[in-house]
Design a binder for this molecule. Structure first.
Ligand code: HEC
Length: 184
């Protein structure tokens, strides 16, 4: 029994040191311009989802979803997020294929998680990806405004849809046209 446990410990150590050695010898791929394999995406997305579920406080959005706040959210989105996540012109984003993992298009596939979940992701960013933490850049009300906007991309009130149309020349999505973004 003792030898068996020793065997396991030694194996784990060899694997750890071997992995470290390979990394230091330059065998790990570091390019951001390639597509992650499906298994990796699946595992990483489940791990991320579960981590947010475990860590994020279940709070309600303190900012009411008035026309004014949603338009503010749209503007905050356009200024800070569209470059990576796609603009209200509903075209692919400039940097869509430039990250590992790639940023999802949040206009074509808006998040369907609860607002506290999305707020947590935006506020704290996603480690080991190109998703920045916005807590140092955006005020807390602004974080909630952009969250409120993302939660309603496909069901915005008429005044906000009008603003969207006027500023992009494109009709806002109303759902049903495309499949929702499933995070798993
Ligand atoms: C520099 C590029 C970049 C910018 C700018 C950026 N993001 Fe991201 N974002 C990413 C990447 C890359 C991911 C994918 C992370 C992953 O796969 O886990 C991501 C993930 C997300 C997610 C999680 C999506 C999901 O599928 O669960 C949300 C929500 C999000 N970003 C919102 C925003 C908001 C809101 C802004 C603007 C305030 C923003 N991002 C700005 C790169 C960016």
């Amino acid at each position: 029994m003792r030898n068996f446990i020793l065997g396991i410990v030694v194996t784990v150590l060899v694997l750890l040191l071997g992995g470290l050695g390979l990394a230091l010898l330059g065998f790990l791929p570091t390019r951001a311009n390639s597509t992650p394999p499906a298994t990796e995406v699946h595992l990483a997305m489940s791990a991320l989802d579960n981590s947010v579920e475990r860590h994020a406080p279940r709070v309600n959005n303190p900012v009411p979803p008035t026309d004014e706040n949603l338009i503010e959210g749209l503007k905050i989105y356009t200024m800070n997020c569209a470059l990576c996540h796609g603009g209200i012109d509903r075209l692919p984003s400039t940097l869509e294929k430039s990250f590992y993992p790639p940023p999802p298009n949040l206009i074509l596939h808006p998040p369907d998680d609860p607002e506290w979940h999305v707020y947590y992701l935006i506020r704290n960013g996603v480690r080991y990806t190109g998703m920045p933490a916005w807590d140092k850049t955006l005020s807390d009300p602004d974080l909630w405004k952009v969250t409120a906007f993302l939660a309603r991309v496909e069901k915005l009130p008429p005044a906000v849809q009008d603003y969207w149309k006027k500023s992009s020349g494109v009709t806002p999505p109303t759902g049903g046209e495309e499949e929702h973004h499933d995070h798993k």
